[in-house]
Design a protein around this ligand. Structure first.
Ligand SMILES: [Zn+2]
Length: 230
């Protein structure tokens, strides 16, 4: 019995992950309709599992389910966007405060690989890669902190941030800057937690200032295409 439940949970998680990644990489845009039958076909999934995944994502404010219209990718309002950034400042400040120079030494190779990936993505100017790599840095810090509760909260905030960036980013400039990430790494390696926290908060303020929280114009894209392109 519990094995069956676990298999179902894994499958629902697989669908949640596929949709979340597509949202984080801006392949699935805010307001796009999530047609169950198409998800079933493209992800080779069971309809009940797709419904469970969409319901879970609705609870996470990543998907909106409307009676008679079905599910669509959420379109966070400007107020919610500001609240997500307030939450990110609190959570990411706490994450940075948990990280010691010993943690940094332990994850040395992951940080080197991350910085290399950010540089390559920026040089190649592939917006999707840039968005993915720059978000990855924030998730890596959460992982390094070793605090699973903070990590879980941040994972949700990062997907919601992707929706917010897709809706409100003023221009095509990538939302994070590698140099600011490097400064955070340097401060953490030196054990200067207060400095790392203040750079992180300034970095998140900078990201918020790149948003135009006055208007939103969701694009219409094809769901099938968005899920097939990876
Ligand atoms: Zn960043």
């Amino acid at each position: 019995m519990s094995k069956i439940a676990t298999a179902k949970q894994r499958e629902v998680q697989r669908i949640v992950d596929a949709l979340s990644i597509a949202i984080a990489q801006h392949r699935l845009k805010p307001g796009m309709r999530l047609v169950e039958a198409q998800i079933v076909e493209v992800l080779q999934a069971n309809r009940n599992h797709v419904q469970a995944a969409l319901q879970r994502m609705a609870l996470q404010h990543i998907v909106t389910i409307e009676p008679n219209r079905g599910a669509m990718v959420a379109q966070p309002e400007a107020r919610e966007a500001r609240e997500v950034f307030i939450a990110r400042r609190a959570i990411e400040s706490a994450i940075v405060a948990c990280i010691t120079p010993e943690n940094m030494a332990q994850y040395q190779s992951e940080f080197s690989a991350q910085q290399q990936a950010e540089r390559v993505a920026s040089e190649q100017e592939d917006r999707r890669d840039i968005v993915r790599e720059l978000s990855q840095f924030h998730l890596l810090l959460a992982n390094v902190s070793g605090n699973k509760v903070l990590s879980e909260i941040l994972s949700n905030l990062m997907v919601r941030s992707s929706l917010i960036v897709a809706l409100y980013q003023r221009n095509d400039i990538p939302s994070c800057q590698c140099a600011e990430h490097a400064a955070i790494i340097t401060a953490l390696k030196a054990g200067d937690s207060a400095l790392a926290q203040s750079i992180m908060i300034a970095h998140l303020n900078e990201l918020e200032q790149q948003l135009d929280l006055a208007d939103a114009a969701p694009d219409q894209l094809n769901l099938r295409q968005a899920l097939l392109t990876s």
